[in-house]
Write a protein that binds this ligand. Structure first.
Ligand SMILES: Cc1cc2nc3c(=O)[nH]c(=O)nc-3n(C[C@H](O)[C@H](O)[C@H](O)COP(=O)(O)OP(=O)(O)OC[C@H]3O[C@@H](n4cnc5c(N)ncnc54)[C@H](O)[C@@H]3O)c2cc1C
Length: 453
């Protein structure tokens, strides 16, 4: 069988040659079987070597601010993968602990022929890979299975804004926005890898899984696919009209699935293009899904400070510094924000929506982050609070989109200078009255209150 993956999606991380042994796919960001370029490449190599294919996921007991909600969503998805892989004769194994040590040991113990992993621009994932590559005796490949246009192919630098990135995306999209080949039943077997003991795994995390979970999103690849189909068939045709009204179910609600890789953005974009919805709605949706989402990966890939004030453009840092001593009408601590104890019922409702459901409406996310800037002592406090809360409570948190969204709101990343005003300087401002003129604020507050009862 010839290689099924465009070589531009693949980056060799070392110059070792392939050896005769099982090919290991170190699954990390792209937790699905279908439409996964990294798994496809791993299978291509295993077919070439005529060896077994093994998928390994390494569970770290702590990952950024991830909570029980995030872990249980992810583990349910992984269990589904294990079952589906059995039917494809692909072994699924789960390791716990530090990925650097465990992946290395696993590759050595089972005499891996090659190691393949998926791509993430986040520092923690890059550090793991850098540590593995130092002593890995076999060849190691990274495959961008998350972006439609591989992050390193789209452009070789940090893009200033959507308007500089969009033309590059438009040029390359015809090359990359294709359908996917299928993973085939793997012809080479392996018997000596023990089955996953899920109970032991859960115990090792030390969380009390009975106290918190999520009742708003069904986890897993199958549920993700069904949610995508339902959005495309039932709501895509109103997307542009409804997406900014927190009282309407106008957004797709797919970001948790995209974040955990339970759904492929490329599949979603491919089917959106084929849908019969009017052009204005599909174009608007594809702008968010492709240009904005892949711009976030670009930001984190090329800017190591993506979660810090240092990532803000110079004009934004200067203007915020000039307004550092401006009096703030309200200042709240991280705990007050976390328990939704501000004077603003709209802000409190947004915070509660995130805490209760695991997802805040996209329009409210902007308002929520901008008010954190307005009511914090410094922009540094603001960014730290926003990231802490978003990463802890949002199912789709700990994601480049989150870091780009927060630095856009608080630090003008991918935005431009606006009219100068207290505290914000030239950072774009959002007000309660502005929200009131856009949607029924009280209806939103009441709906969230009803969820918390
Ligand atoms: C302060 C703040 C924090 C944010 N935190 C996150 C986060 O943690 N995780 C996350 O995935 N998104 C985040 N976003 C971006 C955006 O709000 C969410 O992607 C969107 O609300 C997710 O819901 P949806 O899938 O229903 O969106 P839809 O409106 O249906 O959009 C479809 C997809 O397009 C992408 N997208 C939409 N808006 C943006 C955007 N502004 N930037 C980048 N990609 C976008 C997402 O992948 C999204 O799933 C944040 C935005 C802000 C302002």
């Amino acid at each position: 069988m010839h290689a099924r993956v465009d070589e531009r999606r693949i980056r060799p991380l070392n110059d070792k040659t392939l050896a005769k042994g099982p090919v290991i796919y170190w699954m990390s960001r792209d937790q699905r079987i279908k439409d996964n370029w990294a798994l496809l490449h791993a299978q291509d190599l295993a077919l070439e070597l005529k060896t077994p294919l093994v998928t390994v996921f390494c569970l770290t007991p702590r990952y950024l601010q991830a909570s029980i909600r995030n872990y249980s969503f992810m583990l349910e998805g992984l269990k589904e993968i294990e079952t589906a892989m059995k039917k494809l004769n692909i072994i699924f194994h789960l390791l716990t602990g530090k990925p650097e040590e465990n992946i290395l040991r696993f590759c050595k113990d089972y005499k891996a022929g090659a190691l393949v992993t998926d791509f993430s621009p986040l520092r923690i994932n890059r550090r793991w890979k850098n540590n593995v590559v130092k002593t890995l005796p076999t060849s190691f490949f990274e495959v961008d299975a998350h972006n439609i246009i591989p992050c390193w192919s789209a452009t070789s630098k940090q893009e200033y804004a959507a308007y500089t990135f969009r033309p590059k995306v438009k040029k390359l999209l015809p090359d990359f926005l294709s359908d996917f080949p299928e993973i085939i039943k793997h012809p080479h077997s392996m018997k000596n890898i023990p089955e996953v003991n899920w109970t032991k795994v859960v115990e090792s995390l030390g969380f009390d899984f009975t106290t918190g979970g999520n009742r708003f999103f069904i986890p897993g690849e199958k549920a993700a696919y069904a949610a995508m189909q339902s959005f495309i068939e039932e709501r895509l045709a109103d997307y542009e009209a409804d997406r900014n009204d927190p009282n309407k179910k106008g957004q797709s609600g797919l970001s948790p699935y995209l974040h955990f890789g339970q759904l492929s953005a490329q599949r979603l974009a491919y089917l959106t293009r084929q849908a019969e919805a009017p052009g204005i709605h599909t174009e608007s949706y594809l702008e968010e899904l492709i240009v904005r989402r892949e711009l976030s990966d670009n930001f984190c890939f090329y800017n190591d400070n993506y979660d810090k004030v240092e990532s803000f453009p110079r004009w934004a840092r200067e203007t915020l510094a000039e307004h550092l001593d401006d009096p703030r009408e309200y200042i709240y601590s991280k705990d007050e924000f976390e328990s939704a104890e501000t004077h603003d019922h709209l802000w409190n409702a947004a915070q509660k929506e995130m805490v209760v459901t695991g997802k805040m409406h996209g329009y409210m996310r902007m308002y929520w982050a901008k008010k954190i800037l307005e009511w914090s002592e410094t922009p540094t406090d603001a960014i730290n609070t926003a990231i802490y809360l978003n990463d802890k409570y949002s199912l789709d948190g700990r994601d480049p989109n989150g870091y780009a969204g927060i630095t856009w709101s608080i630090g003008g990343v991918h935005d431009r200078a606006w009219f100068e005003r207290p505290v914000f300087g030239k950072i774009r401002f959002m007000s309660y009255n502005g929200s009131k003129s856009k949607f029924n604020v009280n209806q939103y507050i009441d709906t969230v209150e009803a969820l918390t009862d």
